[in-house]
Design a protein around this ligand. Structure first.
Ligand code: AMP
Length: 311
């Protein structure tokens, strides 16, 4: 696979997670924003991963990345331990508390993009410190479309650096509580207006099991989430959404209202699979046919007969 043109570059965290849900606890499983975003986007595009792992990173996990056909030329292996994160979910399977975050090799990470990555037309800055997102953005030649994610931690401790990156991207994605915190506004359309004023053309607000909303200067698109009855682990849902979105958008090639809305459907469907199991377990066996079947079901659920008007 190495040598092939990279359509989409993804930078983010690569972590070893310990996760507790109301039904199960799993230790030392593969996580990180880049893991979820790459595994999902690689369903549709040739994806170049940018990230760092420690000497303790299991070979089985690296092989799993290969199973997904992720380009690993931008993956660094350093002395020391891999980033570790642990969290516990509340009964509603949505709210969670972070128990511990150990940056380890991520603390010294200096992203270096292989030449072949720099020419890629699409870039996704997944959740990682804004200084690292900036370093990756600076190494790209002339990306056609750049999206970024973030989290409340960076809003709280590195706001200025974060706002600077936001000013240079085409699309900002974040969840609704983060949108409120960053904008200082409660109502999402007003929050989105404030965030659009920071520079991006699009603001995509994720609302967990309630779906997502896309805002631009002159348009709002609302999408429900695919209804599920067997969520095992919501970790990485947002990263999987963004991966499905960016991977399918890069494969569609053009960025316009139709391709953006289509990519949101794929993001939503791919994320619905990701949460049906821990880590990348469900994604491992997922096929494009599975996605297409669920995408068609999803489109049917949203079909509204346009011409009927009650007398
Ligand atoms: P999400 O559920 O979308 O918030 O993503 C969860 C993933 O983010 C987990 O697999 C963690 O390894 C990773 N993660 C947790 N905290 C951080 C952090 N401070 N920076 C980057 N990634 C993180």
């Amino acid at each position: 696979m190495s040598g092939k043109e990279v359509q989409l570059v993804v930078v983010g965290s690569i972590g070893i997670d310990t996760i507790e849900t109301p039904v199960e606890r799993r230790e030392s499983i593969l996580g990180g924003s880049a893991s979820y975003a790459c595994a999902t986007s690689a369903m549709y595009s040739h994806v170049g991963m940018v990230g760092v792992v420690g000497a303790d990173f299991p070979e089985a996990y690296e092989n799993l990345y290969r199973h997904f056909n992720i380009d690993l030329a931008g993956l660094q292996k350093k002395e020391g331990e891999t980033f570790r994160w642990s969290g516990v979910y509340k009964e509603n399977m949505d709210d969670r508390d972070t128990l511990s975050t150990e940056l380890n090799v991520l603390a010294e990470f200096a992203p270096r993009l292989p030449d072949r990555y720099r020419k890629a037309p699409f870039l996704f800055l997944a959740n990682i410190g804004p200084d690292l997102q900036q370093e990756v953005l600076d190494q790209m030649e002339q990306p056609k479309f750049v999206a970024m994610d973030t989290m409340d931690l960076w809003i709280n401790i590195q706001r200025d650096a974060l706002v600077k990156v936001i000013g240079q991207v085409d699309l900002l994605t974040l969840n609704e509580s983060e949108a409120r915190r960053l904008s200082g506004e409660h109502f999402l359309p007003i929050a989105a207006e404030r965030l659009l004023a920071m520079g991006p053309r699009y603001v995509l607000i994720k609302k967990g099991e309630h779906g997502s909303m896309l805002f631009s200067q002159d348009d709002i698109f609302v999408l429900p989430a695919f209804p599920l009855n067997n969520v095992q682990d919501p970790t990485g849902a947002g990263d999987a959404f963004a991966g499905g979105f960016m991977g399918s958008l890069a494969a569609l090639g053009e960025v316009n209202e139709d391709t953006i809305r289509t990519a949101m459907v794929y993001g939503s469907v791919v994320a619905s699979f990701a949460v049906e199991a821990f880590s990348l377990e469900r994604l491992k066996t997922l096929t494009r046919a599975d996605i297409e079947t669920r995408a068609n079901l999803f489109r049917d659920m949203m079909r509204i007969p346009g011409a009927l008007v009650p007398a």
